[in-house]
Design a protein around this ligand. Structure first.
Ligand code: GLC
Ligand code: GLC
Length: 795
């Protein structure tokens, strides 16, 4: 067995197949498409929540526990003295066969032991707030089998944050009810909550438990529940302490026989006046209806088919066929899927984000739109309006808002001066995809305060002005608390280790710190904004172009270091990212943004900057963020040098920004460089799964850079702007399908070959065959027209 291989792609099923449970890190998937979501690992670990991972957590999950990834929805099978789980954990009893298939919105785990096969399919059906588990047990042997099957889930007391803290209260609040085979979790329902959860099965059980200590035993972990070891159930009703849910079924299977059970793990909200059936007894009408909806295997099959159809439709909107399978599977399946997941979750809940720290980021959520607008334009529209409603009248922004309330909060600071521009970025992406200029007229408040509404267009104008109102001594944008690089904190000095880098009060007096990343972003987005204004006949276009031209001049005059673009000026007006610096001489963000903005292209600045990126930043696994890495902490720069060399914003391969260089390379017509950079960060091309550690089917935020202890090791998978940006890079810059306000511009920059692309665009479908013979810069414009179009282009 190849010790570096834990699984492989099955493209025809749109699945990744994990063939060993002991992956280098839990390899997870997400279930859910609307507002009920689950995280599920390849050993069935994880949790679910409705709408908000902090305030409506349904299952308890202990982050950073030992061992890793303990807790989930576990099924235990006891035959004689052997107890095992289909997903191997938590008992870790060796299995005769194990396989986990992560697919689009579902996970299927198959475990086999001593002639008993257990197939567990988990998904969140469309239109329901629940996980459905279909468990099929098959006797593959020649003798009859008598086994006991236990389910298990542990309830979280709703607020995932206080659940981990406030035990003097928590341990006296737990309440459950049982009706038929359904276990109801109703903690706090007696007071203000209008929601409860339930875990039910579609047949009568032979025993149950809801008291954790009775089920597990005071001194046992998930791997040794005392009831399972004894083959009994306590039939307990939890009161206070820690409520859980476990069913027991005593089953006998003839040789070849299959038993199929359906479990539903659901969530219900009741209107205030319908909370109770009788005093103290919860109204179960909605839960019963959900149980009824999945009472038979046929109903489950139909719901599963509907889920598959949902994903077929979404992913079918952009499909490529080339002779590079890694490219095809990334574009057709995993990158688009990850874009959807990132859109749903922003940066809130993953195996690296606890679901309680970060809500919906202003800049992150705007960027995420670029990855999904071709699939779910209506939801993109709503997201834009939600984000804009958190803005302040001066164009500044809360850095994040809470998904449950949609209100902005200052928990991770504010005053990041790149934030406002991303609203232009997101809105332009949306209108180019949909042609829906009407969104600009939507009335949107400031800071969610009724009565303050102005049009979305006005929000965009003040976003633009927020930059021009905040220029520094070189005419470059002031950085504020930070720009895209959260860790370049040039106005937030603190000696106090108990203070956060970013929420420490900004220095405002005599502030000079300026950002070349914002300058590039401003030029690129300013051009798009001017074009948008032209389309709607708004005379501001002229002024916008003037400001953009002035910014280009300022960058050429004060932002060019000789071989590359500077990164910033610090609080004292000193250069960052310059040959003059001892460390951190070259940074990626300004090379990416200034080359995407084509600043100084005619003078050769873009080619030089891209050459420098290749020379100083490129390594085996991608482009590092800065070079040389900072080897010691520099207080005036904030968080950046707090990381050891090679990680995160200190010379990690921060995958999110690699596509900026890829796009910059493509805009410069440098197909080979663009393609090489793309392959380095794209997981499907990565051969060493054990080095990379995280899931081989999705991008991660950061891969350890050349200065790290283990270059190539990945961290922080799934929720990252890398998803949307690599999507933009591959679909628009490499394959060259660029949505415009009134059609598609076809301008590929990828090595020679033939590429067949199916692109749905508004209510049209384009079937394109591109024959490329190495002429970057050749472009064709296809005006939008409804209907089906088949075109062959020699470029
Ligand atoms: C994280 C943040 C993102 C930021 C980036 C660089 O990915 O979510 O907002 O731009 O780090 O610091
Ligand atoms: C830290 C991380 C950065 C992230 C930020 C969010 O600074 O290094 O990547 O964006 O936290 O607050």
């Amino acid at each position: 067995m190849d010790m570096n291989t834990f699984g492989h792609f099955d493209d025809s099923a749109r699945e990744f197949v994990i063939t060993r449970p002991d992956t280098p890190w839990p390899w997870i998937n997400y279930l859910g498409t609307e507002d009920f979501f689950s995280l599920v690992s390849n050993t069935a670990g994880g949790y679910c929540f409705c709408r908000d991972a902090k305030f409506r957590r349904i299952l308890r999950y202990r982050y950073n526990g030992v061992p890793m990834d303990a807790g989930g929805r576990y099924y235990y099978i006891k035959e004689g003295n052997t107890v095992w789980n289909p997903g191997w954990k938590p008992c870790k009893t060796p299995l005769d066969r194990y396989e986990c298939r992560h697919g689009m919105g579902y996970t299927r785990i198959v475990g086999e032991k001593d002639g008993l096969k257990a197939e567990l399919l988990m998904f969140v059906p469309i239109g329901h707030r629940c996980e459905v588990h279909r468990l099929r047990l098959t006797n593959t042997g020649t003798d009859p089998k008598t086994v006991q099957l236990y389910s298990f889930a542990e309830w979280c007391l709703w607020n995932a944050s206080t659940d981990m803290e406030n035990f003097q209260r928590n341990l006296s609040t737990g309440e459950v009810e049982i009706e038929g085979s359904v276990i109801y979790h109703k903690t706090e329902y007696r007071e203000r909550r209008d929601h409860y959860a339930f875990f039910g099965a579609n047949r009568p059980f032979d025993g149950f438990d809801t008291d954790r200590e009775t089920f597990l035993g005071m001194y046992n972990g998930f791997e040794a529940p005392q009831q399972v070891l004894a083959g009994t159930s306590g039939n307990t009703l939890a009161h206070g302490w820690s409520p859980v849910a476990s069913h027991r079924f005593d089953l006998t299977l003839a040789p070849g026989a299959t038993e199929e059970l359906v479990f539903v793990l659901g969530y219900v909200e009741n209107p205030a006046e319908e909370k109770f059936e009788r005093p103290g007894i919860i109204n179960k009408t909605r839960a019963r209806a959900m149980m009824d909806a999945f009472a038979t295997p046929a109903q489950v099959d139909a719901a599963f088919a509907a889920l598959r159809a949902f994903w077929d439709d979404l992913l079918g909107r952009f499909q490529v066929q080339s002779d590079v399978p890694e490219l095809d599977r990334t574009v057709n399946i995993w990158n688009q899927y990850q874009c959807m997941i990132t859109f749903f979750f922003s940066r809130s809940a993953s195996y690296f984000e606890s679901g309680i720290g970060r809500g919906m980021g202003f800049r992150d959520s705007n960027q995420d739109l670029a990855g999904i607008v071709h699939m779910i334009p209506d939801r993109a529209r709503q997201r834009i309006l939600d984000i804009a409603a958190t803005q302040f009248p001066d164009g500044g922004c809360y850095h994040q808002y809470q998904p449950l309330t949609k209100r902005g909060n200052n928990d991770i600071g504010g005053g990041f001066n790149d934030d406002p521009l991303w609203l232009i970025f997101g809105t332009v992406a949306y209108i180019r995809e949909t042609g829906d200029f009407g969104i600009l007229d939507e009335q949107v408040p400031f800071d969610n305060k009724p009565g303050t509404e102005v049009s979305l267009l006005e929000h965009l104008k003040i976003s633009f002005r927020h930059v021009t109102d905040n220029l520094g001594p070189h005419g470059l944008p002031l950085i504020g608390r930070a720009d895209w690089n959260d860790c370049l904190n040039l106005n937030c000095f603190s000696d106090n280790p108990d203070e956060s880098f970013q929420t420490t009060e900004n220095k405002t007096e005599g502030t000079k710190a300026e950002s070349l990343m914002i300058a590039g972003l401003f030029v690129a987005e300013g051009r798009d904004f001017a074009e948008l204004l032209d389309r709607i006949g708004d005379p501001l276009a002229k002024e916008v172009r003037g400001q953009v031209a002035r910014m280009e001049e300022a960058v050429k005059r004060h932002g060019w270091d000789g071989e590359w673009f500077l990164r910033a000026y610090d609080y004292y007006g000193r250069k960052i990212g310059s040959a003059e610096c001892e460390e951190g001489k070259v940074f990626i963000e300004s090379q990416g943004w200034c080359t995407m903005a084509r600043i100084g292209a005619e003078e050769g600045l873009c080619d030089k900057a891209l050459d420098s990126a290749v020379k100083y930043l490129e390594c085996e696994h991608g482009l590092v963020l800065n070079n040389p890495a900072y080897t010691h902490y520099i207080k005036d720069y904030g968080e950046i040098s707090s990381y050891p060399e090679g990680y995160k914003e200190n010379a990690g391969i921060f995958c999110h920004n690699n596509p900026w260089v890829i796009i910059g390379e493509a805009m410069a017509g440098r197909a080979e460089d663009a393609w090489r950079h793309y392959r380095k960060i794209t997981p499907a091309f990565c051969k060493d799964q054990s080095l990379r550690k995280v899931e081989p089917y999705v991008f991660c935020q950061m891969v350890a850079g050349k200065d790290a202890a283990r270059p190539g090791e990945g961290k922080n998978s799934w929720l990252t702007g890398t998803a949307a940006w690599t999507w933009k890079a591959v679909s628009e810059a490499l394959l060259g399908i660029k949505p415009q306000f009134d059609g598609l511009l076809i301008e590929p920059c990828i090595p020679v070959g033939s590429y067949r692309i199916r692109r749905r665009f508004r209510d049209a479908q384009y079937d394109l065959t591109l024959h490329l013979s190495g002429n970057p810069g050749v472009r064709t414009f296809i005006p939008y027209a409804p209907g089906r179009h088949t075109l062959t282009l020699d470029l």
